[in-house]
Ligand binder design. Structure first.
Ligand SMILES: Nc1ncnc2c1ncn2[C@@H]1O[C@H](COP(=O)(O)OP(=O)(O)OP(=O)(O)O)[C@@H](O)[C@H]1O
Length: 323
C-alpha cells in the first residue's frame, strides 16, 4: 500500500547551531494511528512542524500522498491538519467564527453543516457564540481540534492532544480520535502518556535526541521487548536455587523466601508466562511449596523507559535490530 507520508533523512539544525533532527526516516501508512513517543526535547514538535510548514528542514525530503511536499506545497498542505499544543491567536473570536475561518484559510467553500457537525461531535455547539478566551482549558483544546478538522484533512497531526487535561476529557478525546480513524483519517499523535499510545495507536515510534530509535507495530514491540516479572513466595525459605530450576532466569531473595523470575523478552518474546508455569511445575515436582505468585507483564511504559535508559541510539543501519 502506498504510504501517506514518507520522510527520508530529515534534518533540522536551528539557527543557533542546535541539531534537533538528525536524519529521521519515517513512513506512515494510510489509515493508521501512529504514536510518536519521546521525552521532552526529543524533536517531536520539530518533526511535526517540518511536515506542516512551521519549521524549515535543513536536509532530507518529505513526500505526502505520493508527492514531494516541497514542490507541491500549497496543494498538499491543504490535505494536512495540525492540532498544535496551544492556541496562539483568535482568543477574542467566538468559537464558530474561528472554526469557520480555519476552513476559509485553505480556500475551501463554506460548509456550515460540516462545521456544525464537528462542533457538535466535540460538544462545542452550545459554546459556539462564546469567545474562546472565556472557555475552560479542556474546551480550548477541543476548539483546536475543531479548527484542525474544519478543512477535512486526510492526515491529522495532534501534538500532545491530551497534555494537562483531566482523565475524563482524555478518554473523550481518545473516542474522538478513534472516530476519525473510522472515517479514514490517518492520525499521527505525539504524547508523553504511554497509556495513550497503548490505548490508541496501531504503531509506535520512539524518538530520542533527534533520532528514531525504533518503529514497530505496538503489539510486536510489546512482544519483542516486553518482559515478564514474577515473584513466587515460598512456604519455606530456601538456602539455594534448586537444581531443577537452575536453567530459568530466576534469583532468590536474600532471606530465601521469594523466587524472582525475570524473562520472556527478546528472542522468545511473550514466552514469560508459560515459563513461569513451567517453573511452578518443577517446584511442585521437587516438593517445594509456594503460597503466592505475583506476575507482571511489562507495559509499553516499561519498554519506553528501558529504551531511553539504554545506550546512545544505534547507527542508522542498525536501527531496530540492535535494540
Ligand atoms: N527555534 C529553536 N531554536 C533553537 N532550538 C530549538 C528551537 N526550537 C526547538 N529547539 C530545540 O530542539 C529540540 C527539540 O525540540 P522539540 O520542541 O521538537 O521537542 P519535543 O520532542 O517536541 O519536546 P516536548 O515534548 O517538550 O514538546 C529541543 O532541544 C529544543 O530546545
Amino acid at each position: 500500500m502506498q504510504p501517506i507520508l514518507e520522510i527520508r533523512g530529515l534534518q533540522k539544525t536551528y539557527a543557533n547551531g542546535f541539531t534537533a533532527l538528525k536524519g529521521v526516516d519515517l513512513t506512515i501508512r494510510k489509515g493508521e494511528i501512529f504514536a510518536l513517543l519521546g521525552p521532552n526535547g526529543a524533536g517531536k514538535t520539530t518533526l511535526i512542524g517540518a511536515v506542516c510548514g512551521l519549521v524549515r528542514p535543513t536536509g532530507g525530503s518529505i513526500a505526502a500522498f505520493g508527492e514531494d511536499m516541497s514542490r507541491h506545497w500549497r496543494r498538499l498542505r491543504a490535505r494536512v491538519g495540525l492540532v498544535p499544543q496551544e492556541l496562539a491567536t483568535d482568543m477574542f473570536e467566538p468559537v464558530l467564527r474561528s472554526v469557520t475561518h480555519s476552513r476559509g484559510l485553505f480556500g475551501l467553500p463554506p460548509a456550515p453543516a460540516l462545521i456544525e457537525e464537528i462542533l457538535r461531535a466535540l460538544s462545542l455547539w452550545d459554546k459556539r457564540n462564546e469567545q474562546i478566551r472565556t472557555l475552560s482549558g479542556g474546551m480550548k483544546r477541543r476548539v483546536l481540534i475543531a479548527k484542525a478538522l474544519a478543512h477535512e484533512p486526510e492526515l491529522l497531526f495532534l501534538d500532545e492532544p491530551t497534555a494537562g487535561v483531566d482523565v475524563e476529557l482524555r478518554r473523550d478525546m481518545w473516542k474522538q480520535i478513534a472516530a476519525l480513524r473510522e472515517r479514514g483519517t490517518t492520525v499521527i499523535l505525539t504524547t508523553h502518556y504511554i497509556e495513550e499510545a497503548e490505548e490508541m495507536a496501531d504503531r509506535v515510534g520512539i524518538i530520542r535526541k533527534g533520532e528514531i530509535l525504533m518503529v514497530d507495530d505496538k503489539a510486536a514491540m510489546m512482544d519483542r521487548l516486553g518482559r515478564t516479572e514474577a515473584l513466587i513466595t515460598l512456604a519455606q525459605p530456601l538456602a539455594d536455587l534448586p537444581e531443577a530450576i537452575a536453567a530459568y532466569p530466576l534469583s532468590l531473595s536474600e532471606d530465601g523466601r521469594v523466587l524472582c523470575y525475570r524473562g520472556g523478552g527478546g528472542e522468545g518474546g511473550g514466552a514469560g508466562t508459560s515459563e513461569v508455569a513451567e517453573v511452578t511445575k518443577e517446584l511442585t515436582r521437587a516438593g517445594i511449596d509456594y503460597t503466592a505468585i505475583d506476575i507482571h507483564e511489562s507495559s509499553l511504559e516499561d519498554i519506553f523507559v528501558n529504551l531511553l535508559e539504554g545506550p546512545e541510539a544505534p547507527a542508522a543501519g542498525d536501527r531496530g535490530e540492535a535494540l
